[in-house]
Design a protein around this ligand. Structure first.
Ligand code: GLN
Length: 269
């Protein structure tokens, strides 16, 4: 405090930025960044959702979400650590305050927004129907009435499947397990986020399935935080900076092979 007074009084003509730059490395500079964001952030993720998050052969977390949150942490000057959790355990962990944030291809929904806060949207996705590649009859939701649909527990896809008349919904802990059930011939369809299903097909991870029809929804992913988290503004500011300075585009292209299409809205709804 004393030293910053001294600085203020002696370098009156300098802008705040210059003052900070001038005393970079001194106690004030450190205190300022600590006040802004106290790390590390423990970030929860369900690591079976490529290309957003998965585990490499050596057990390391990789994916679009992983690199994005690491870049956000770097931008904000905060260390990021990860905790792997089941998808339906992420919101309870945020509510319990055992993690600072969750990044897990999580759709910003009104219902979830009642219990957690989200960052601004960082990815545009949507649900799609996957069926056996030989299936020429299923093209829309109506065709799924009375059918067996495999889904990942706690997801927007599971909710959509639950709304289909007479459908038998079977739930799995991860999207790849639901897709495998379809490939094994034990389900008629899967309702899952299109980018994740398309990745499973493109990589050959799940053979002999295809995506049919139009996207069922438009959804935006957000980084979830506990309600009224002090980190929300810091995280959003860092994310906005990455969207503007090209870092976001670089990470996007690495994981999706193309530049992002269109711009993201500032809010999901
Ligand atoms: N986007 C979907 C949801 O939020 C699925 C997320 C996931 O499986 N990781 O419910």
């Amino acid at each position: 405090m004393k030293r910053s007074h001294f600085l203020r009084n002696t370098v009156l003509s300098l802008s705040a930025t210059l003052v900070l730059a001038a005393c970079g490395g001194t106690q004030e500079a450190t205190t300022t960044s600590e006040d802004a964001a106290s790390g590390p952030w423990l970030v929860g993720t369900e690591p079976a959702f490529p290309p957003f998050e998965s585990q490499s052969d050596s057990g390391e977390l990789v994916g679009f979400d992983i690199e994005l949150i690491q870049a956000i942490g770097e931008q904000a000057g905060v260390d990021v650590e990860f905790e792997s959790l089941p998808f339906d355990g992420l919101i309870p962990a945020l509510q319990a305050g055992t993690i600072e944030a969750a990044i897990s291809g999580m759709t910003i929904t009104k219902e979830r927004s009642e219990t957690v806060d989200f960052s601004r949207p960082y990815f545009r996705a949507g649900l799609a129907i996957a069926v056996d590649s030989e299936d020429s009859e299923t093209t829309s939701l109506e065709n799924l009435e009375g059918k067996t649909i495999a889904v990942q527990i706690g997801t927007t896809g599971a909710e959509m499947a639950g709304s289909i008349k007479d459908a038998k919904v079977t739930t799995f802990d991860s999207a790849p397990l639901a897709l495998q059930e379809l490939a094994n011939g034990n389900a008629d369809a899967v309702i899952n986020d299109a980018p994740a299903t398309l990745d499973a097909i493109a990589t050959g991870n799940i053979p002999d399935i295809k995506v049919v029809g139009e996207l069922l929804t438009e959804e935006f992913y957000g980084i979830a935080m506990p309600k009224d988290s002090p980190n929300r503004e810091i995280l959003n500011a860092a994310l906005n900076e990455l969207l503007e300075n090209g870092t976001y585009d670089t990470i996007y292209e690495k994981w999706f092979g193309t530049a992002p299409v269109g711009t993201l809205p500032e809010t999901a709804f």
